[in-house]
Design a protein around this ligand. Structure first.
Ligand code: GRF
Length: 220
């Protein structure tokens, strides 16, 4: 099973996937490409250390180098890089860029689209995203900080993390794995964040294995 991982940062979730490859947690899988939209992403080092091919494509340089092109064109470019690898699964692991529908149409389009050669192509490659909050609780950026603040104000009793299918609305796809993460009264945000990241590293592997299993059964 071929996995492509998209990252923007330290890549600790990518590392969790790498460490799980060919263990009972994630059998019969390989990461065939790690794509980052930030050159300095430490996750690129992690991939290189694991002999995994890497690619880099950032939005601003792309727009500067291609006057007239739009964010959608960038997303289409990202989709093409991804689809070329013929993955069975795309994992957004700390990918700090909201994908336009264009990306999803090309990758998990469920409808025919013209390729460069004018031939209609349809890909149904599942895309999953890791989000450090419970479904619908703190969609979008800074979810960890927002959950921590809500807890301090007594608005929530705990938070969580989830991996969900990617759809056009940010962080709103159908959950694949959801795990609650408690917050302790008076604890600093760092210790909550550390506990939450540990859960992320577990659910990202569980979610990838679960979706790949579904893919396998569909293809059988
Ligand atoms: C994770 O908390 C993820 O949920 C969020 O960004 C962080 C990525 O961390 N989207 P890493 O780059 O995998 O270490």
């Amino acid at each position: 099973r071929r996995i492509v991982v998209l990252i923007s940062g330290s890549g600790s979730n990518l590392q969790a996937l790498i460490d799980a490859l060919n263990t009972p947690a994630l059998p019969d899988a390989q990461i065939i490409l790690v794509l980052s939209n930030r050159k300095a992403a430490y996750g690129l080092q992690r991939a290189a250390q694991a002999n995994i091919p890497t690619a880099y494509l950032a939005l601003q340089p792309y727009l500067k180098n291609n006057p007239g092109k739009t964010r959608e064109d960038y997303d289409a470019e990202v989709a093409k890089i991804v689809v070329k690898e013929k993955p069975d699964l795309v994992v957004l692991a700390g990918w700090m860029h909201i994908m336009s529908e264009k990306f999803l149409e090309l990758v998990d389009g469920r409808k025919g689209l013209k390729g460069d050669d004018g031939v209609e192509v349809t890909h149904n490659i599942p895309v999953i995203n890791l989000h450090p909050a419970l479904p619908g609780a703190f969609d979008g950026a800074h979810a960890i900080e927002r959950a921590y603040e809500a807890f301090q104000k007594g608005e929530i009793a705990h938070s969580g993390a989830m991996v969900h299918r990617v759809v056009k609305d940010v962080d709103r796809g159908e959950p694949v794995i959801v795990r609650e993460v408690p917050i302790e009264k008076g604890e600093p945000i760092e210790s909550f964040e550390e506990r939450l990241h540990k859960v992320e590293h577990e659910i990202i592997v569980q979610a990838a294995a679960k979706v790949l299993e579904e893919v396998k059964s569909v293809q059988r």
